[in-house]
Design a protein around this ligand. Sequence first.
Ligand SMILES: [Cu+2]
Length: 298
Amino acid sequence: MPSKRRLRWAAAPLGVAVAVALAGCTTTELNGYLPGFTDDGVQATDRTEMISGLWVNSWIVLLAVGVITWGLMGWAAIAYRRRRGQSGLPVQLRYNMPIEIFYTIVPFVLVIGFFAFTARDQAILETHWEDPDVSITAIGKQWAWDFQYNGEEEDNADAVWSMGVQAQPAPNGDIDQDALPTLYLPVDKTVTINLQSRDVIHSFWIIDFLYKKDMYIGRDNQWSFTPTREGTFAGKCAELCGEYHSMMLFNVKVVSEGEYEDYLASLESAGQTGDINDAYDRLQNLPGTGAPEGEGEN
Ligand SMILES: [Cu+2]
């Protein structure tokens, strides 16, 4: 059949064109413009590529459905438009079983598909390391963060910590990045963060890690991952938690294991050891009142 052969000849360059177009995509485009990937595609944690994959593939499927739907709508509107001299209602059609079955089954398959892939990825994201290299407790409070680096002891006698204050203005009016609470993480080590709150609901969001989790009173959340790339990453509270919610910022520094150990040693030599507990609740960090000396520096 000549038409089939012609189709095959048309398909070959089309396939090449698609392959070239995709090969020409930057990492940013391949990851759906999500943050957290370098130009050569190194992900920020071991789980971010999976998350961007779910995002991008969902968009491709939904856009395909959209294009087909919009195309059919446009075609129907043009092909069956009222022509000169026509009057009255067009022929009324109803109970077209094949079409009704089609538009019941297709959305059903789509919904099941989205559910299945989301449930699969969420199950992976919510799997926690049994024995993580690094165990950290992050505590949200109005309007900053405390980080406790847990040791081996049950009672956390060998833990070290840093307590933060809300964002402070730099002399030029920007946010003073050095004064932000900073969470240190060693690269390529398994990390589990326990998420707690001192007061209201906060949400612990590291933007480039493409995931966030709420912090509650009375129910600790957990987040497990492996940071895979050194660098400084921005974090913020993602749950409106009061007047200065927007100043509830922090930085994450993913560093080499040596630098991480040095940092923990610096906390220890500063005397910031032991368990952060309820005794530190309700710190008075109101902006403009001057943060407690020293607490914002680590
Ligand atoms: Cu908050």
